[in-house]
Design a binder for this molecule. Structure first.
Ligand SMILES: [Zn+2]
Length: 538
C-alpha cells in the first residue's frame, strides 16, 4: 500500500457521507472533517496530515500562508508537492516501510497486532505472559489503513513499554493542541492549515525524504541497547512529526476479512506484528510545534518537559498554561502553533485580511499512568489570540479569575467533607468529584467573561481586571459554590445527616467566601468589599 496515493483516510463530506480517499482530498472544499474509527486515531490522522503539509508543502512566508488559507490548493497541486515523498510512505514491500524498522526483525516471534493499540497490553506484557489482568484479543484483524494508523498513533504517543521499549519523542502520552476555526462547518483544509507554520518564522533546511534525519525508517535504526541517545542536533527539525521510538514490522496476509477497527471488508489483513526493543532513544530538549511544554524557572539548565494528560481532564483552569506564554514566572510554554496564531492574526490585520481573534483550541491526549492508559481526553476550549504586547496583562486578569475559583474549589471540598464527617481529616477515598462539579458549573461563565476581557484588553489604559467583570465573576463563583455545597452536603441518607454539623460547615464556607484571604482581595478589586452581602446574592 502506497500511503500517499491510495484511498488512505476516511473523509467526511458536506453531505454527511464518509469516503475513503487519497490524502490530497484534504483540500477539497466539500471535505469538512476526518472520520477515523477511534478518537486517538483521529488525533493522529490530523497530526499526520499537518506533518505532511509542513514537510512537503510548507509556505515560505505569511503571505503564502494567507494565500493558501484563503484559496486552498487543488488535489493535483498537492499530489505534485507530495510526489517526491511517495516512496518513503510504503506500508508493505522490500524497501524501507513507513514507521517500521529497516531490519525485518526475522528472529522475533509474531505477537498480536493489538499490541499496537495503546489501550491493549504492550508487547512486553504479552511476551512475559502477564496479560491475564488485561483482556487481550478484542481487536485482532486490522485492515492496512487501520494497521498504519495504529502504528503511527503508537509511535507519536508511545508510553514506556518495558525494558528498552522507548517512549515517544514528546514523552509518554503528550498533550497535543491544535487550532481550529470557530465555525464548526469550516473545511478540513482550514482546520489543518491553521496548524502549519511558515518557513520565515520556522526556518529549516530543505528536508530530504530519503534520510534518517527526516524519516527514521529510511535507514538502519540508531539502536539504544547501550542507552545511546538521539538528540535534536542529530536529526532534521521536522523529524519531530515522524519520530519512531519503537521497532515494529507489520505482517500482512492475503485473506478476506472484516477489520475489527473500522468494520470494512478487506482483502489484506494484519493480525500479527514483530517487535524488538532498543529503538531510537530520544532525549530532550525538543520543541514539537503542536505540544505545550513547561520549564522550571528555578532550574533554568534543565530541559523543558511536554505537558501530559492528567486525571480530572482539561478545563478552564488549564487555559492560561495552554495559551499564554510565561517562561520566567510559571514556566508555561504553550505550543508554538498557538503562539504563532496570535502573530498570524496581527499580521493578517496589517494586510487588511481577516483572521478572527476568537478560534478554538482542540486539546487531546492520553492520561497515562506510566505504561497503562487511564483515559483518553479530547476537549475544545475557546481560544483568544490577543496581540503580543497585551498578553501579559491578560495573563494577570485570567490568573485573578482562576485564582478565585481555585481557592473556592479547595474550600468547597474541605467544608463538604466537614459537613459529611465528624473526622474529615481521617477520610480516605477520592473526593475530586466535589471540585470537578464546581469547575464544570463555572466553565461556561468563565469563557463568556474571557470573550469580554478580549474586547476590554484592546484599551491599553485599562491596567487591572475591570471591576464590573470581576464582580460578575465573584457573584457567579459564590452562587455556584454554595449550590454545590447545598446539593452535596444534603445528599447523604436522611439518618446520616447531622444538621448541626452541616450548618456549621456552611457558615464557615460562607465566611471564607467573603473574608478568606483570596476572596477578600478579589472582592476589593471588584469594588464589593464594602457592600453588604445581601446585595450580592443575586
Ligand atoms: Zn480498518
Amino acid at each position: 500500500m502506497r500511503i500517499l496515493t491510495s484511498q488512505f483516510l476516511p473523509f467526511k463530506i458536506r453531505t454527511g457521507d464518509v469516503e475513503y480517499r487519497p490524502v490530497s482530498a484534504m483540500a477539497l472544499p466539500e471535505v469538512t472533517e476526518l472520520a477515523l474509527p477511534r478518537a486517538d486515531f483521529q488525533g493522529a490522522a490530523y497530526q499526520f496530515l499537518i506533518g505532511l503539509l509542513q514537510t512537503a508543502y510548507a509556505p515560505v512566508d505569511i503571505d503564502e500562508w494567507m494565500d493558501r488559507y484563503q484559496s486552498p490548493p487543488s488535489p493535483e497541486a498537492l499530489e505534485q508537492a507530495f510526489e517526491g515523498f511517495i516512496a518513503s510512505f510504503e506500508l508493505e514491500g522490500d524497501g524501507p516501510l513507513f514507521m517500521q524498522d529497516l531490519d525485518p526483525l526475522d528472529k522475533e516471534s509474531p505477537i498480536p497486532s493489538s499490541s499496537l493499540l495503546i489501550d491493549a497490553p504492550g508487547a512486553s506484557t504479552i511476551k512475559n505472559n502477564t496479560d491475564h489482568f488485561v483482556k487481550a484479543g478484542r481487536a485482532e484483524a486490522f485492515c492496512p489503513n487501520c494497521a498504519a494508523m495504529a502504528l503511527f498513533t503508537l509511535q507519536i504517543n508511545a508510553p514506556s513499554g518495558g525494558k528498552g521499549y522507548r517512549t515517544g519523542l514528546r514523552g509518554g502520552g503528550p498533550l497535543t493542541t491544535l487550532i481550529l476555526p470557530s465555525e464548526p462547518d469550516a473545511s478540513l483544509w482550514k482546520k489543518l492549515w491553521l496548524n502549519v507554520l511558515d518557513k520565515s518564522h520556522w526556518p529549516y533546511p530543505e528536508p530530504n525524504p530519503k534520510s534518517f534525519e527526516l524519516f527514521p525508517w529510511m535507514e538502519t535504526t540508531r539502536v539504544s541497547d547501550k542507552a545511546q541517545k538521539t538528540f535534536a542536533s542529530d536529526v532534521h527539525p521536522l523529524h519531530q512529526f515522524w519520530a519512531m521510538p519503537r521497532r515494529f514490522r507489520l505482517i500482512f496476509e492475503d485473506h478476506n476479512c472484516r477489520c475489527d477497527l473500522c468494520g470494512r471488508d478487506s482483502e489484506r489483513v494484519c493480525r500479527t506484528v514483530k517487535a524488538r526493543n532498543y529503538g531510537n532513544n530520544y532525549d530532550g530538549p525538543w520543541t514539537h510545534p503542536l505540544t505545550p511544554y513547561r520549564r522550571d524557572p528555578k532550574k533554568p539548565t534543565e530541559p523543558q518537559l511536554s505537558v501530559k494528560g492528567q486525571p480530572g481532564g482539561i478545563g478552564y483552569r488549564h487555559w492560561e498554561a495552554l495559551v499564554l506564554r510565561d517562561a520566567e514566572g510559571s514556566g508555561n510554554l504553550p505550543a508554538e502553533v498557538v503562539r504563532d496564531y496570535a502573530r498570524k492574526v496581527d499580521e493578517a490585520r496589517h494586510d487588511n485580511l481577516s483572521l478572527p481573534r476568537q478560534a478554538r483550541l482542540w486539546v487531546f491526549g492520553y492520561d497515562m499512568d506510566n505504561m497503562k492508559p487511564r483515559a483518553w481526553y479530547g476537549t475544545q476550549l475557546p481560544l483568544l489570540a490577543v496581540p503580543q504586547p497585551q498578553q501579559d496583562r491578560l495573563l494577570d486578569w485570567v490568573r485573578d479569575l482562576v485564582g478565585l475559583s481555585r481557592d473556592t474549589a479547595w474550600q468547597l471540598r474541605k467544608q463538604v467533607k466537614e459537613a459529611w464527617f465528624s473526622r474529615p481529616a481521617d477520610v480516605k477515598g477520592d473526593t475530586d468529584f466535589i471540585e470537578s462539579r464546581f469547575w464544570e458549573l463555572t466553565e461556561h461563565e468563565f469563557y463568556s467573561l474571557l470573550s469580554l476581557l478580549g474586547e476590554r484588553i484592546q484599551d491599553g489604559t485599562i491596567k487591572r481586571l475591570p471591576p464590573d467583570l470581576a464582580a460578575r465573576w465573584y457573584q457567579h463563583v459564590r452562587q455556584q459554590a454554595v449550590a454545590v455545597f447545598d446539593e452535596l452536603a444534603l445528599s447523604a441518607p436522611a439518618e446520616a445527616l447531622d444538621m448541626k454539623r452541616i450548618t456549621g460547615a456552611r457558615n464557615r464556607f460562607l465566611y471564607q467566601l467573603k473574608k478568606g484571604k483570596t476572596a477578600k482581595k478579589f472582592r476589593k478589586q471588584a469594588g464589593l468589599e464594602d457592600a453588604p452581602l445581601e446585595q450580592e446574592s443575586a
